[in-house]
Design a protein around this ligand. Structure first.
Ligand code: NAD
Length: 506
């Protein structure tokens, strides 16, 4: 597998420098005055490809095509729709190496993370297809008041969905949100992150080759503030599915409520996730789970661990183990076989890290770990590298409240589970949380009282990270989401549909 991955990276490198024009449907070229470049964050001198930014003036035509295509797509049987989406999943599996190599080069994800992103895309499409099968196409007979009355509830599509995806899971989140909308009988216009246009383009190829009718899935490349905002507010867009930061999400949510009626708006947003370490915990497992969740994907996961509440009785022993494990993680170019942490996505991430490091020593804070083995000490190419960091911080410190999206976690000492739970919940966010304890009563209280949608107990493979389709629903509470139902979970597809009851007199 390692050899196949390396061959895929080399193959991609032989064909760099392509220019992809903006298109309507699968191939009607549209001239662009602007473009976005895909750059390798591991080595910013490596220019991957150039993409025409979709012009605002052509948006009406794109939405028109989506509107027409949606009508015939919705008229197909749900069984036929499933067949096409399952074919797309199977094409993703066939192109696993090619797609993973692109994700690695473009998003700076290491090998395992790149495979994970691509594998999850395929599994999401299949899992959401299973949901439609289980729901029997989303029809339920209802009760009747008269003997000659036939009644039933149908879930019907909304129309054209705008899907806006972030950079950190450029394959899985774009495919998952789009696939669910399409399975629900909608058409989709995807606006991928401007940091990861290439993965978006490859997804368009997958959808086209799956036999999905032209116009059911389209893609407009460009910046969020221009084409993203124009798409969301377009009168032909019936609903929006967004995954990204709280700030952008709230802006989009306001737009969705400011037209002549309120558009459905599915939001999966940021996190400030915490783990509690109790005295009875297996401290080796706790340390391993915490480092994995704090450093995995260079801290750029919505579920990344950024706050650790450790009991005073074991603080010293736990911290020693935590820092020992931290030191085993290597910072390297993302495509390298031994890469633990790749780069962050862009220069803004590096600047945010510089600010966090400077702030960490204020208000009683103290840095207790910075990766020695990194940045200018290693022969790294010029990329967006940062040094993973642990700091002791007061729970009210700014760095314990804001989402950083960096390999940076704060530790706070606690004296009881009560105090740990209070600190855990003392944040606007509510995405994931973890606990390490051998006492079942601790775990039960944690499950009952943690204000977050994704909870893990004693998970050394990731204290707060690592959700899989059909295994962990991924629902953000509080500022971390809006719909109360998560991606990867059993209620996801129906959120892309609206209910219609039908009463027929015989
Ligand atoms: P972001 O909010 O900066 O951008 C996300 C997308 O929104 C991009 O495609 C961007 O171009 C677009 N956008 C920006 N402004 C827009 C506007 N005004 N109108 C329409 N579109 C606009 O987020 P990011 O930096 O790409 O991703 C990181 C964020 O995503 C973090 O906050 C992370 O926690 C969150 N995230 C959440 C989940 C989840 O499942 N809850 C998963 C992954 C990432």
């Amino acid at each position: 597998m390692e050899k196949a991955f390396e061959a895929a990276i080399s193959a991609q490198r032989k064909n760099l420098g392509m220019e992809f024009p903006a298109v309507i449907g699968y191939g009607k070229k549209i001239g662009s005055v602007d473009h976005i470049d895909s750059i390798n964050p591991s080595n910013t001198s490596e220019h991957l490809h150039r993409f025409g930014a979709f012009p605002l003036a052509a948006l009406d035509e794109m939405v028109d095509l989506s509107t027409k295509a949606q009508k015939s797509w919705a008229a197909q049987s749900w069984e036929d729709r499933i067949t096409v989406v399952r074919r797309a999943a199977s094409i993703i599996r066939t192109r696993r190496m090619e797609l993973s190599a692109a994700v690695c080069l473009e998003a700076g994800k290491n090998r395992i993370e790149s495979f994970g992103d691509v594998d999850e895309s395929a599994d999401l499409l299949d899992y959401y297809a299973d949901q439609v099968v289980a729901a029997g196409g989303h029809f339920r007979p209802l009760k009747r008041l008269l003997p000659n009355e036939e009644t039933g509830s149908f879930l019907r599509p909304y129309g054209v969905f705008a899907v806006i995806s972030p950079f950190n899971f450029p394959a899985a989140l774009a495919a998952g949100m789009s696939g669910a909308a399409i399975l629900g009988g909608n058409s989709v216009i995807l606006k991928p992150s401007e940091e990861t246009p290439w993965t978006g383009e490859l997804l368009l190829g997958v959808m086209r080759d799956s036999g999905l009718p032209e116009g059911v899935f389209q893609i407009c490349q460009g910046r969020g503030q221009s084409i993203g905002a124009a798409l969301v507010s377009h009168h032909g867009i019936a609903g929006v599915a967004f995954t990204g930061s709280v700030k952008t999400g709230m802006e989009i949510h306001r737009t969705c409520g400011s037209g002549r009626w309120i558009k459905p708006c599915l939001m999966e947003l940021g996190g400030k996730n915490g783990a509690i370490i109790m005295p009875s915990a297996n401290l080796d497992e706790a340390a391993e789970g915490c480092v994995k969740s704090a450093f995995g994907l260079t801290g750029q996961k919505c579920s990344a661990l950024s706050r650790i509440m450790v009991h005073a009785d074991i603080r010293k022993e736990f911290t020693t183990k935590l820092l020992e494990r931290a030191a085993t993680w290597k910072v390297a170019e993302a495509s390298a076989a031994d890469c633990g942490l790749g780069p962050v996505i862009n220069a803004a991430g590096v600047a945010r890290n510089d600010r966090a490091i400077a702030l960490a020593s204020t208000n009683g804070g103290k840095i207790i770990y910075r990766h020695e083995n990194c940045a200018d000490r290693l022969p790294l190419p010029a990329g967006h590298y940062v040094m993973p960091t642990f700091a002791e911080l007061d729970p009210n410190h700014d760095l314990m409240q804001q989402e950083l999206f960096l390999p940076f976690a704060g530790l706070t000492e606690v004296r009881s589970l009560d105090q740990a739970l209070a600190i855990l919940n003392q944040t606007d966010f509510g995405l994931t949380a973890g606990i390490f304890s051998r006492d079942d009563r601790d775990i039960t209280r944690f499950f009952d009282e943690a204000e977050a949608g994704v909870l893990y107990a004693n998970r050394k493979t990731g204290a707060t990270t690592g959700a899989w389709p059909g295994v962990q629903s991924f629902c953000g509470w509080k500022a971390s989401g809006a719909s109360g139902k998560g991606g990867c979970g059993p209620y996801y597809v129906e959120q892309f549909m609206r209910e219609q009851s039908r009463t027929r007199m015989r």
